[in-house]
Design a protein around this ligand. Structure first.
Ligand SMILES: Cc1ncc(COP(=O)(O)O)c(C=O)c1O
Length: 360
């Protein structure tokens, strides 16, 4: 159809991780574990569930467009000002608003090749010139990215930690990189896995920086276990937030998402359990996989990527795991055809995965 722009025609629709029920039905399995989408295996905080449930009586009303209560909590917690905080339907929705707000015709976008697929989809859809700088040893090559900045560069995206490699940019790398970024260029620092990485001594917590041209994005989808409700937030200079607010959709996050996100912030216990489970599960998975002679990439997030000698091996293994009730993510579509990504699950889920893969 002539009316569809070329860049949209050539897009491939997003392929989400397979729903559990599909796999149960297709293979007639009794036990299926889903370790494919970096979700919280403990589920949402009970406080968040209660808050979401209680909020349902009010869903004939539109949500508060300012997410006032949620924003107040974020402001107090992260010691920022009201005008520096934005919320949205997950961090991806804020990312989409950023692309709509700041990119003019002729502007260019810069990031690492084969970084987070969600951003790549948004970038491909925006119809601008894109520069994807190859990673080095599965890590962002910020030196090369710094050199790739040109007079048209407008938006730079950094996932820290990155998905699916699990690698992160260090304080020194980030500091050196920022000296090369002119103030007219906006840096999106996507910290979706921040809660899992914050303890690392050389992880740059972007809230300790005060760059006027950096926007930090975080989410309730991962450590807080609210992926299905869609809530995310961002911090930036007040002028960036003010203009983003003019463009973003007004009624997001939804009523239950705002309520649940606020309650999740108060459930320190749940978050602590989530992080501890992740640390222990990561240790268990790495040790188990190493014991099987499978290479894993170091990860600062809640998932682990496994690297195989060839594509066929990775594809077959991913298929076979699924047939036996373990849903993992084969990363061919993400640009990593020799890799499989597995999310850290509950201890018994990790065990089931290790047991199943060892039989294969
Ligand atoms: C790096 C990264 N950013 C953002 C997201 C999406 O977050 P949200 O659910 O808040 O849109 C993901 C989810 O997988 C991710 O891996």
């Amino acid at each position: 159809m002539a009316l569809v722009p070329k860049n949209i025609k050539s897009l491939v629709p997003y392929k989400a991780g397979r729903p559990l029920e599909d796999v149960v039905r297709e293979f007639g399995l009794e036990r299926v574990v889903k370790l494919a989408s970096n979700e919280n295996p403990w589920g949402p905080s009970p406080l968040a569930l209660d808050a979401a449930r209680d909020s349902l009586v009010g869903v004939h009303r539109y949500p508060d467009p300012a997410s006032r209560k949620l924003r107040e909590e974020l402001i107090a917690r992260f010691k920022v000002r009201d005008e520096n905080v934005i919320t949205g339907n997950g961090s991806e929705s804020i990312m989409a608003a950023i692309m709509r707000t700041f990119l003019l015709s002729g502007d260019e976008v810069l990031s690492a090749k084969d970084t987070f697929i969600g951003f790549r989809v948004l970038a491909n859809a925006c119809g601008r010139t894109l520069h994807w700088v190859p990673m080095k040893e599965y890590r962002y090559d910020l030196e090369a990215m710094g050199e790739a900045i040109n007079e048209y560069t407008k938006v730079i995206y950094i996932a820290n930690p990155d998905n699916p490699t699990g690698s992160y940019v260090t304080v020194d790398e980030f500091d050196a990189f920022m000296t090369k970024v002119p103030p007219r260029v906006l840096v999106i620092l996507d910290e979706a896995y921040f809660e899992f990485a914050r303890h690392l001594p050389d992880y740059p917590d972007s809230m300790h920086y005060r760059y006027d041209n950096v926007i930090t994005l975080r989410t309730f989808s991962k450590a807080h276990g609210l992926a299905g409700l869609r809530a995310g937030y961002g911090f930036a200079h007040h002028e960036l937030i003010e203009n983003l607010n003019k463009v973003r959709l007004p009624f997001e996050p939804s009523v239950p998402a705002q309520a649940a996100a606020l309650a999740a912030l108060h459930d320190e216990e749940h978050l602590k359990k989530t992080i501890e489970n992740n640390t222990e599960g990561m240790r268990m998975l790495r040790a188990g996989l190493e014991g099987l002679g499978i290479r894993t990439l170091p990860s600062a997030a809640n998932f682990l990527s496994l690297e195989f000698e060839d594509e066929k091996r990775a594809a077959t293994l991913s298929d076979e795991l699924q047939r036996r009730g373990v849903i993992v993510r084969y990363l061919d579509w993400f640009g990593w055809p020799t890799m499989i990504r597995v999310t850290v699950g509950l201890p018994e889920e990790n065990e089931f995965f290790l047991e199943t893969i060892s039989k294969l």
